[in-house]
Each structure stands twice: as C-alpha cells, then as structure tokens.
Design a protein around this ligand. Structure first.
Ligand SMILES: C[S@@+](CC[C@H](N)C(=O)[O-])C[C@H]1O[C@@H](n2cnc3c(N)ncnc32)[C@H](O)[C@@H]1O
Length: 318
C-alpha cells in the first residue's frame, strides 16, 4: 500500500497534469476563435499530446482542410515544438506494435525525440513505437507500490517507461522487460543506458509467450505488469506461470489492464475481474485466492468505454 505522503504526491501530480492539459485545450480553442467557424470549433479535438518536442493531435475528418491552420496555432502556443503531427481520427492502429499512422503537418519529418517524465528520459519515435505521455500518472502509481528487492516482469514494456520509472523510484529491483517490437527493444536499450539502469532493467526482445519459458522466468516474479489492455486477458496464463507463489508471506501482484464498457456507476470492473479470475483459476488449477488490491479507470477511450487497471493480489491457498 502506498504511504499517505506518496498518495498526496501522486494525487498532486495528477491534478497538475490535468490542469496543464485543461489550460492547453483552452488556449487552442481561444487561438482559433474567429479563425475557425463556430461549427468547426465544435469539432475541434482540442486535447493533444506533447512527446518531447513533437505534438500529436487527432483531427476530425471535417477539419482535414484546416490542418495547417490548427498546426500553426499550436506552434504559436508552443514555440519550441519541432513538429506538429496529425493522428487521423479513424487511423489504423497496428495490432501487434500498437503504433498509429502519423502525418507531419508542420515542421520536421523526423519524429525521433526525447521525452522527460518523472525525472527520467525516454528516447522514442512515435512512428515506430507505442508511447503515451498520458500514462505518466499510472507509471508513478505502480512505481510507488513496488517494494525493496522485488523481481518484476513487464510483459509489454515498449521503450521501457514503466520499468525505468519503477527502477528510478525503487532502485533495489530487477525488472525483466519484454517487447516483441524490435524498434521498441532498441529504444529500450538506449533508455536503460540514458537513465543508468543497467542491471536493474533487463531489455528482452521477443514474444513474451516464448521468452518467459526460454529464459527461465517462470515462478520468479513478485509482480507482473500487463500494459496491453486490448489483449492482456489472453496472456494471463503466462503471467500466472511467471509468479512466484511459493514464497513465504505477501503473495504476488498482477497489474492487469483491460478495456471495459458500461457506465462508471454500474460495476464497470466486475466483468473484467470475473474474466481474469476465471482464467487465472484454470491456469493455476484453482489453488489460489485472487483479490482486487486497487482498481481504477486509467482513461476514457470512447463514450462508455474505458481503459482500466485491476491490481490483482494473488496467493496460493494450499
Ligand atoms: C500498449 S503498448 C505498451 C508499451 C509500454 N508499456 C508503454 O506504456 O509505453 C504494448 C506493447 O506490447 C508489445 N507487444 C504486443 N504483443 C506482444 C507479445 N506477444 N510479446 C511481447 N510484447 C508484445 C507491443 O510491441 C507494444 O510495444
């Protein structure tokens, strides 16, 4: 459990992040008042991501012809930005690597950049790897839960952000960080060096379903991270086999991400929890207790559709 001071710190960080986002949204709407028609302003998706010195903004199909005007306004608000890039609203997302098609509207075509978050530096190129600055609060939330000396497996580590933020906060940990995308793996190696996390964050290239067994990582983990919300459920048996459930004491934790549909107030987490519990029970032949340590909405992805996380506490019962 995080201490009260940690709780206050991460709550303040979340509040500042949300406030900053709200200010940027207001600024863009104001900058475009009188330039875009009122009905166009209504279609403007005014929240956007800043990754290092790159802006990523989703553009409504009806505003395609206004892309350059929008980019110009963004550049005025953020003069140090090097590229403004459009993510078409219904753009294709690569199923395996979770990358999106990006189109530079203004500035440099080279989207490789360095993003700073929670005192860590991440080299990324959003064209070839998944990266979301919107997960910064979630990364810190997990990092604050990690205890001294834990062995952790990050099953879908991307360029290593969760792993590096954890290792920065809790240096006495070992985090096996697996990704199947060779570009993400190369950036992860760079980021491990950049943040001086050699020996703490161990980059591994490959499909987690094969690598865990091949590298003898079954039965070793105090904690498993599964940040692949669309598909994490199908990897739960592998996460279960990675856990060290035979140690004395505290049990193990899986940070299980999922996509949940429904109304917030109607037991949004129930279905996800039931599915996860059933899969885990059959993977470990029912000899375990699974409880929710914490549950939260990470973000909303569409009307009544949420990216959620369940922190599952798991113990053997016999
Ligand atoms: C949503 S991204 C999360 C990346 C990272 N955790 C982050 O938050 O920046 C999911 C990642 O899982 C990786 N991935 C998908 N299937 C995989 C598999 N079978 N084994 C290992 N990695 C996989 C993708 O390449 C992608 O980088």
């Amino acid at each position: 459990m995080p201490s009260f001071t940690n709780f206050l710190r991460i709550t303040r960080k979340k509040f500042e992040f949300e406030q900053g986002k709200r200010r940027s949204v207001m600024k863009l709407k104001e900058a475009l008042k009188g330039i875009l028609e009122d009905n166009e302003l209504k279609k403007l998706i005014a929240s956007y991501d800043i990754i290092g010195d790159i802006i990523l903004i989703r553009i409504h199909p009806d505003l395609e012809s206004k892309r350059v005007i929008i980019a110009d306004a963004l550049h005025k608000i953020h003069p140090r930005v090097r590229s403004v890039t459009a993510v078409p609203l219904y753009s294709y997302t690569d199923k395996l690597y979770r990358t999106k098609d990006l189109e530079v509207i203004w500035g440099d075509e080279n989207l490789e950049t360095t993003h700073k978050e929670s005192g860590c530096f991440f080299r990324v190129n959003p064209r070839s790897v998944f990266f979301s600055p919107r997960l910064s609060y979630e990364r810190m939330r997990i990092a604050k839960k990690v205890l001294h000396g834990e062995t952790i497996i990050n099953m879908f580590s991307g360029v290593g952000c969760f792993s590096i933020v954890i290792a920065k906060n809790q240096p006495r940990t070992k985090i096996y960080s697996i990704d199947v995308n060779p570009y993400a793996y190369e950036y992860m190696k760079k980021n491990v060096r950049l943040n001086k996390m050699e020996g703490k964050v161990i980059p591994i290239l490959g499909d987690v379903r094969e690598e865990l067994k091949k590298l003898g990582l079954e039965g070793v983990a105090d904690r498993v991270l599964m940040p692949l919300p669309e598909q994490a459920h199908s990897f739960l048996p592998f996460a279960a086999r990675a856990l060290n459930l035979d140690k004395e004491g505290a049990g193990s934790v899986i940070h299980y991400y999922d996509i949940a549909q429904g109304r917030k107030e109607d037991g949004l987490f129930k279905m996800s929890f039931k599915r996860a519990k059933d899969i885990l029970a059959s993977a470990l032949e029912n000899s375990l207790r699974v409880e929710i340590e914490e549950q939260r909405i990470v973000r909303s992805v569409a009307p009544r559709k949420y990216h959620i996380v369940l922190d599952l506490h798991i113990e053997r019962t016999e």
